[in-house]
Design a protein around this ligand. Structure first.
Ligand code: NI
Length: 173
């Protein structure tokens, strides 16, 4: 079922989400199905449960080809629950981000370039990955939602923040 996505300003987006304690339940599968429906309907490449008003440590992400990010390399479709993130190096990279909770806006955000992350799938199986670049960016963006952090809170240069439809060619992501 498609659920309404909360927009920035809604206090529920600022909450710290609780860990999932029971896996492979009908409730968890229903939440994941709703998140997938909502993400597909909105044309997003990732979604965190707090964005639909559910304060649990659940994110989904992944795509083969994205209309929103046409130049981005594919990221495997992933369910990530109770995630733990660890940067692998000090290096950070800048890149454009958008968010379904800030429709129409884009901004440049510094993120760890190389990342180790671990967590659980819907059935409670633990997995881990080492990733870089756009994949690492997407995971950091989505997992920030679980700590009540929206991407503008990570920005350092607000000259590269604005409405996509208003951006001049030079500034465009
Ligand atoms: Ni977001």
């Amino acid at each position: 079922m498609i659920r309404p996505v909360l927009h920035m300003g809604d206090a529920r987006l600022l909450q710290v989400a609780a860990p999932v304690v029971e896996f492979d339940t009908p409730e968890l599968h229903e939440l994941l199905a709703d998140m997938a429906d909502t993400m597909q309907h909105e044309g997003g490449i990732g979604l965190a449960a707090p964005q639909i008003g559910v304060s649990l440590q659940v994110v989904i992400f992944g795509f083969e080809q994205s209309d929103r990010y046409p130049d981005a390399p594919a990221v495997p479709r992933t369910v990530l629950i109770n995630p733990v993130l660890q940067p692998l190096e000090d290096s950070r990279a800048e890149g454009w981000e958008g968010c379904l909770s800030l429709p129409g806006l884009r901004g440049v955000v510094p993120r760890w370039q190389h990342l180790h992350y671990s967590g659980y799938d819907a059935r409670g199986h633990r997995f881990e990955r080492r990733v870089s670049d756009f994949h690492a960016r997407v995971v950091q963006h989505e997992c920030d939602h679980l700590n009540g952090i929206l991407y503008p809170m990570r920005m350092t240069d607000f000259t590269r923040f604005g409405f996509v439809e208003a951006m001049t060619n030079l500034a465009k992501p």
